[in-house]
Design a protein around this ligand. Structure first.
Ligand SMILES: Cc1ncc(COP(=O)(O)O)c(C=O)c1O
Length: 369
C-alpha cells in the first residue's frame, strides 16, 4: 500500500565522497562528536564496563544512573526523575501506563495536539484511551473541548510537545498550564526538541516548580541536542514509583549502557554553559527565516532553529531533497503520515556549527529548485 502511494521508505545510503552540508541532524549543539563527551563515555566504560548487563530492577541501577536522575530532578524542579531507554520508549510506554484504565477506574479522555509525535500516538493506541484531538497549539479549541467534557468524571489528560519537532514552533505553555489547572487535567509534556536549546539553563521550557498543583510528567530526550541517546521523565515521587512498578517499557528492558550514561552526564553538565551558542543558533534561524520569506518560501509557524519549508506535494518534496543532496546539501523530506496530508515539507534543522555562508549556500540551492 505504501508503495502504491509512493510513500515506501528505504534507508538512505550516505555517500562518503560528496561533502555534505548537513541540515538534517538533530544534534543541535554539535555535542555528538564533542571530545569531552567521548572522553566521559570512555571513562565511564573503563570504570563500570560498556553495557549495564541487566534491567533496572535487577542489577542495572548503577551509581551513574542514580546521580544523573538526582541531578535531572533538581534541574527540572521536580521531586524525581527516571531515565528511560529512548524517547520513543518513554512516550509510548510511560504515557500508556499512565492511561491504563484499570488503574484509573475509568477510561481516560486524552486531549491531544494533532501534530504530536508518533510515539505519543502510540501510547494512545496501546492504552486504547479516548483521544480528543485539538487543532495544533490552539488553546481556544482545547478549552472548548475541555469545557464540553467538564461534567465528565473520567480522568482528563492533556498531551503536547513543547517545541514541535516537525514545525519548529512552541506550545503556549502558560496558557496550557492554566487550562490543566482549571479543568484538573494531568499534563504530559514532551521536551524532546527543547532539551538543550530552550529555557534559562537550556534544560527545556517546562519546569516542575510551575506545575506543583498539577499531576504531570515532563519527558525529555538525550538523543537530540545532547548528542547522546536515551530519555528521562521528571515527575512527582508517586508517579516515579508507579512507573517503576507498572510500566513494562521500564521494567523489562536492559538499562542504558554505562558509556552512554557517562556521555549524557557530561552533556548535561555542559548545556548551561552554551548560552552564547544558543543565542547564535536562534539569531541564525531568524536570519534564515527572513531570507526564506523574502524568497517566497512558506516556513509555516516556525519560530526556532527548526524550519519547515512547506511544499505540499509529496513527490515534489522527495525530488527537492534528492536535488539538494546532489548539490551537497542534506536535509530531510517529511511526508505523511509523519505530517498531515498536503503539508509535505523539507525540514531544515540548524546547529551551532552552521555559519552565515552555509545559510547562503542553502538558500541559493533552494532558489534553484
Ligand atoms: C517529539 C519527539 N518525541 C519523542 C521522540 C523519540 O525520541 P528518541 O529518538 O530519543 O527515541 C522524538 C524523535 O524523533 C520526537 O521528535
Amino acid at each position: 500500500m505504501q508503495q502504491q502511494q509512493g510513500r515506501y521508505r528505504e534507508l538512505p545510503t550516505l555517500s562518503s565522497t560528496v561533502p555534505l552540508l548537513d541540515f538534517s541532524s538533530n544534534d543541535y549543539l554539535a555535542l555528538a562528536r564533542s571530545p569531552a563527551l567521548c572522553k566521559a563515555a570512555a571513562q565511564a566504560g573503563y570504570k563500570y564496563g560498556v553495557g549495564s548487563g541487566s534491567a533496572r530492577l535487577i542489577g542495572g541501577t548503577s551509581p551513574l544512573l542514580r546521580e544523573l536522575e538526582t541531578r535531572i530532578a533538581k534541574d527540572k524542579g521536580a521531586e524525581a526523575a527516571l531515565i528511560m531507554s529512548s524517547g520513543f520508549q518513554a512516550n509510548s510506554s510511560v504515557l500508556a501506563s499512565l492511561l491504563h484504565t484499570p488503574v484509573l477506574y475509568n477510561k481516560p479522555l486524552v486531549f491531544f495536539d494533532k501534530l504530536n509525535h508518533a510515539s505519543l500516538y502510540q501510547a494512545i493506541f496501546l492504552s486504547q484511551a479516548q483521544m480528543i484531538r485539538y487543532r495544533h497549539n490552539d488553546m481556544q479549541h482545547l478549552q472548548d473541548l475541555l469545557s464540553t467534557h467538564q461534567q465528565s468524571t473520567r480522568p482528563k489528560f492533556i498531551v503536547s510537545e513543547t517545541l514541535f519537532g516537525m514545525d519548529g514552533d512552541l506550545v503556549p505553555l502558560s496558557d496550557m498550564i492554566h487550562l490543566a489547572r482549571q479543568y484538573q487535567a494531568f499534563l504530559y509534556l514532551d521536551e524532546a526538541h527543547a532539551t538543550g536549546v530552550l529555557g534559562e539553563k537550556g534544560y527545556g521550557l517546562a519546569h516542575s516548580s510551575n506545575l506543583q498543583d498539577i499531576p504531570h510528567v515532563i519527558m525529555g530526550t538525550f538523543s537530540k541536542a545532547l548528542g547522546c541517546f536515551g530519555a528521562y521523565i521528571a515527575c512527582p515521587h508517586y508517579i516515579k514509583n508507579y512507573i517503576i512498578n507498572a510500566c513494562p517499557g521500564f521494567i523489562y528492558t536492559t538499562s542504558l549502557p554505562h558509556m552512554m550514561l557517562g556521555a549524557i552526564a557530561k552533556a548535561w553538565d555542559i548545556v548551561p554553559s552554551l548560552t552564547q551558542e544558543r543565542a547564535l543558533l536562534f539569531s541564525y534561524a531568524d536570519t534564515l527565516r527572513d531570507k526564506l520569506h523574502q524568497a517566497g518560501f512558506n516556513t509555516a509557524t516556525s519560530s526556532t532553529h527548526i524550519i519547515p519549508l512547506i511544499i505540499g506535494d509529496e513527490n515534489a518534496v522527495v525530488h527537492a531533497k534528492t536535488a539538494l543532496y546532489q548539490s551537497g546539501i542534506m536535509l530531510s523530506a517529511i511526508r505523511p503520515p509523519t505530517v498531515p496530508p498536503r503539508t509535505s515539507r523539507l525540514r531544515i534543522a540548524l546547529n551551532i556549527l552552521h555559519r552565515l555562508p552555509d545559510l547562503d549556500q542553502l538558500l541559493a540551492a533552494l532558489k534553484q529548485l
